[in-house]
Ligand binder design. Structure first.
Ligand SMILES: [Fe+2]
Ligand SMILES: [Fe+2]
Length: 149
């Protein structure tokens, strides 16, 4: 499993969840979709932060962009926590979801553009496959834990 393929699939899934959340107006639907979105983003950030990012931070060429990415993850996590504490039928909630989407999309553009391009220069095809396999295994484990099965 190629590391970037796995992450791009996750990014696409998150984008389609935002597409479903935006037109939702009732609190129950919003909450249900938001729970899915949060779980996706939590697990995605976890596999990037524990498996891919450390490998990129170790190389001089990708250190800065990786440090920036950690910071962007933190902003996303803060917004997710704020959203969780906000009534889902409020206008504030809709505004925050839009802000979250903008943050996530900006971050994804940077990853799929500059970061993945540079990463191909510092990591070999074999390393990328190994990182992909480890992320895939960790993701499955986290998903199992999250659904309690
Ligand atoms: Fe990321
Ligand atoms: Fe990502």
């Amino acid at each position: 499993m190629d590391a970037f393929e796995l992450l791009k699939n996750d990014h696409a899934k998150v984008s389609s969840l935002f597409d479903r959340i935006e037109p939702a107006t009732d609190a129950a639907t919003r909450q249900q979709l938001f729970a899915q979105l949060k779980q996706e983003l939590d697990i995605h950030a976890h596999i990037e932060e524990t498996i891919l990012y450390p490998a990129l931070k170790a190389a001089a060429e990708t250190r800065d962009i990786t440090e920036e990415a950690y910071e962007e993850h933190q902003e996303v996590k803060d917004l997710l926590n704020e959203l969780e504490a906000t009534p889902a039928d409020s206008e504030e909630w809709s505004d925050m979801i839009m802000e979250l989407r903008e943050n996530v999309e900006h971050h994804v553009e940077e990853e799929e553009g500059e970061m993945f391009t540079q990463a191909r220069e510092v990591l070999s095809e074999q390393q990328l496959n190994e990182i992909g396999a480890r992320m895939s295994a960790e993701k499955q484990q986290k998903q199992k834990a999250a659904t309690g099965s």
